[in-house]
Design a protein around this ligand. Structure first.
Ligand code: PGA
Length: 251
């Protein structure tokens, strides 16, 4: 069965020293008695040290992105094999910033998903509608398309390694959250869509995280919804006390 997950996406924040400091604070402040899986995603250059630092803790490490090719002439890119070789087994793919700022299409993201799974990595697959799409009442169609185009090429068994993160773009970094009801409505729709494609078991076993301005004071209410299995946290993941409070709210 699925279990609660709270993942911190550090984005392009924290140099080497600051990464060490935040990891130490997290080790000291995160609960160890909760049934919550805790993941942090520092920048590429700090992944290896984070893996080492967190070795005997209940916190695991994810990458924020990777390239879809095996290796070769892709200046500036990082492969699944490289991530695996330093002990990173989880990767965030399809984040809205990758889609909007770096031109990642559904097809590119699908290729990345396939490549990550080929290396037996777990994927945190991000998707969500923009404000205009919600205003035009296209949000369900947009989300369904992102799911179909990014993930429905997979066999049912591959879904063991998929975690979903619904992140309405209008709620990311804006301080504007989806209401707990809006989050539940969309999460339920997502689970139904998966059920129609893959059946009840895959739908029931897939964790669907919510992301977008989750903070200590709204996390509890959002996480209490039946189809919300935790969160993907940006800004609030950069402060140990806030991240700890959010993890506590999930457990
Ligand atoms: P935020 O970011 O919590 O700062 O809104 C969430 C995300 O981008 O994953």
């Amino acid at each position: 069965m699925r279990h609660p997950i709270v993942a911190g996406n550090w984005k392009m924040n924290k140099n080497a020293e600051e990464t060490e400091d935040l990891l130490n604070d997290l080790i000291n402040q995160l609960p160890t008695d909760k049934e919550v899986e805790i993941i942090v995603a520092p920048t590429f250059i700090n992944l290896a040290s984070a893996v080492e630092h967190l070795e005997f803790t209940n916190i695991s490490v994810a990458a924020q992105n990777m390239h879809q090719a095996e290796n070769g002439a892709f200046t500036g890119e990082i492969s699944a094999d490289m991530l695996k070789s330093i002990g990173v087994h989880t990767v965030i793919l399809g984040h809205s910033e990758r889609r909007s700022l770096f031109g990642e299409t559904d097809a590119i993201i699908a290729a990345k998903v396939n490549q990550a799974l080929k290396y037996h990595m777990r994927v945190i697959f991000c998707f969500g509608e923009e404000l205009k799409e919600r205003q035009e009442k296209q949000h369900f169609a947009v989300v369904e398309n992102q799911l179909r185009n990014g993930l429905f090429q997979l066999e049912a068994t591959a879904w063991e390694n998929i975690v979903l993160a619904y992140e309405p773009v209008w709620a990311i970094g804006t301080g504007e959250t989806a209401s707990p009801e809006q989050a539940q409505e969309m999460h339920e729709f997502i689970r139904t869509t998966i059920r129609q494609q893959y059946g009840q078991e895959v739908a029931d076993n897939t964790a669907i995280l919510y992301g977008g301005s989750v903070k200590p004071d709204n996390a509890g209410e959002i996480f209490s919804k039946p189809d919300v299995d935790g969160g993907l946290i940006g800004g609030a993941a950069l402060k140990a006390a806030d991240f700890a409070a959010i993890v506590n709210a999930a457990g």
